[in-house]
Design a protein around this ligand. Sequence first.
Ligand code: APR
Length: 224
Amino acid sequence: MMKIAILTGAGVSAESGLGTFRDKDGLWTKYDLNDVATPEGFARNPALVHDFYNARRANCVDATPNAAHDALAQLAESAHEVALITQNVDDLHSRAGCLDVIHMHGQLRRALCAQCDARWDAPLVMHPDDPCPFCAQATIRPDIVWFGEVPYHMDKIAQAVEDAALFVAIGTSAEVYPAAGLVELARGKTLEINLEPSARANAFDEHRFGPATEVVPAWVAALL
Ligand code: APR
């Protein structure tokens, strides 16, 4: 049995058809993140932001977990002690069978009231003038951590990474902090699994490059 901390990024959901952010044709090549992934953008044009996340929520419903999600779920439910930390806001890790996913950037399937801080399961489509089910104000937003906001569960995440004998980053460009800095907290071995070297590749002891649906199941099989 080994303590393993895993950090996933958009690359683990790429082969499920969900776009990544910084690849060719990535989401940030189509939308200005300042308009759809910042509190300022939401204040300027809440309808645009809700449209953006309504589209991503619909894509997520249509997507299915891929072999990488399935392999990670198998590992998480094995005798190893796995902390599955994800930057992704899709629910594919849960739908693959992971029972305890740490969503540091929030979730498409959750909603938040900017006025009373209530959280609830998001409807498929959200509109700016929908009333909060708790305080009735028209201040609902996706429960997503935007740029400039504080990611969730950072204490729990830091502890898991420090305690792990192995820290593995999968499918992330390592361009966004604090996620990209987690490798510095690792005290055990570190492994990067990605299509190509990330911005922090040099910080990792080992690397396995290739599509997540090929590399992740092979890596997990060797651990089980
Ligand atoms: N298999 C493995 N890796 C892949 C695949 C694949 N099939 N396809 C793409 N990748 C890799 C890319 O090489 C890239 O390094 O996945 C990474 C995706 O990087 P980004 O698009 O930057 O996504 P991510 O690292 O998750 O972004 C971090 O930025 O915009 C914010 O909050 C958003 O959580 C997101 C954060």
